[in-house]
Structure formats: C-alpha cells, structure tokens
Design a protein around this ligand. Structure first.
Ligand SMILES: Cc1cc2nc3c(=O)[nH]c(=O)nc-3n(C[C@H](O)[C@H](O)[C@H](O)COP(=O)(O)O)c2cc1C
Length: 185
C-alpha cells in the first residue's frame, strides 16, 4: 500500500484492567500491511460545557480534535453501559463534534467493543451508530466485532487469546483500510 492509512483509536473505558482497552491493544498487533495505529487516552477530557467551548477548547479536547484531524480513520472501542455507550465516550465525541471544522465530519470509522455480558456491546454499538449519523462519520457496517463474555477471551495480562475474535478484529481493520482508501478517491 503506497499511502499508509493512519488510524486513531480510543476506548470508552477508563479502568486499568479494561477489556476494551485490551481489545484496542490487540488491534495494534493485528494491523494489515500499510496501516498504522495511534491510541488516545480520553481520561483528561473534561465534561462538555458549551460556555467553555465558546471561550476556547480546553487543551485535552483541542489535542483530541487535532489528532482526529490528523488521522485518516478512527477505531472506536466501546464498552456497553446500561445498553448504551459510556458517558466518557459520548463526552469526548461531543467535544469533537463542534465547530469550527468538526473533525468527525466525513471521517471513516470502525466500531468494536467488549462486554462481560452475552450480547458483546451490540446495543451500545447501535447507539454509537446513531451518533455517527449526526456527526456525519462514515462507519463500516461489517464485520461486527462484538466480544461477548470478555472474561473468557482475554488472559490475566489482558492479551486477546480467542482466535475467532482475533480473526474478526483483523478483518475489521482490513475492511477499514479498504473503505478509507475508497473514500480517498
Ligand atoms: C455502569 C455499568 C453499566 C453496565 N451495563 C452493561 C450493559 O448494559 N450490558 C452489558 O453487557 N454489560 C454491562 N456492564 C458490564 C460491562 O460489560 C463490564 O463492566 C465491562 O468489563 C466494561 O468494559 P471494560 O472492561 O472495558 O471496563 C456494565 C458495567 C457498568 C460499570
């Protein structure tokens, strides 16, 4: 691939032993040729306040927006909290959705997530797709990477051990690379 696809990845869980952070780390090992992955920690981003935004973006939100702009595509990794996406993730996307030049607009994206339940973040990912519509992101539809019963798929060090899941993540990244290159034309 002559023009590499640079992906910005972030996880909606802030906890140390997060399965979603571990899933993002696994993606770094499964990148197709010509794709690079940079990860972004959402924890310093403050709660959205439009009065604050009107005065100027806080530094962490400004850097988040800048890293999105500098990327070719996004890899958004979401836990499921109460059938939806965590406030941490929604909050970060809200900061990235506002003018000038909203960086999410027209950005190719791939979604995935891990939960300890049996539905593997399917409901959260559907809500995330709603957010993609209003922000005009361009998420790939398939494959869906829904990591159910995450506690059985990762080892004690947070390594993704399940071969089927590794295959789905690899396929998602390959599709994201193809999709991003298609949209570049
Ligand atoms: C506030 C909260 C709400 C949750 N709601 C759901 C849910 O709706 N569906 C589900 O499958 N798991 C739910 N869980 C369990 C999460 O799947 C589990 O805590 C998972 O490990 C979170 O992701 P993480 O490991 O990346 O932090 C919830 C957990 C928390 C803390």
């Amino acid at each position: 691939m002559s023009n590499p696809v640079h992906v910005l990845g972030f996880s909606g869980s802030l906890r140390k032993g997060s399965y979603n952070a571990a899933l993002l780390a696994a993606a770094a090992d499964l990148l197709p040729e010509g794709m690079t992955l940079e990860t972004f920690d959402l924890s310093p981003i403050p709660l959205y306040n439009d009065d604050v935004r009107a005065e100027g973006y806080p530094e962490s939100a400004r850097v988040f927006r800048e890293r999105i702009t500098a990327s070719d595509a996004l890899l958004i990794v979401t836990p499921e909290y109460n059938f939806s996406i965590p406030g941490v993730l929604k909050n970060a996307l809200d900061w990235a959705s506002r003018p000038p030049d909203p960086p999410l607009k027209g950005k190719p994206a791939a979604l995935m997530g891990a939960s300890t339940g049996i539905f593997g973040t399917g409901r959260a990912q559907l809500h995330l797709r709603h957010v993609c519509v209003y922000t005009n992101m361009l998420p790939v539809n398939k494959p869906e990477v829904l990591v159910a019963r995450a506690q059985e798929k990762f080892d004690g060090q947070g390594r993704l051990m399940d071969e089927n899941t590794r295959g789905f993540v690899r396929e998602l990244l390959t599709v994201l690379a193809e999709w991003t290159l298609r949209l570049r034309c």
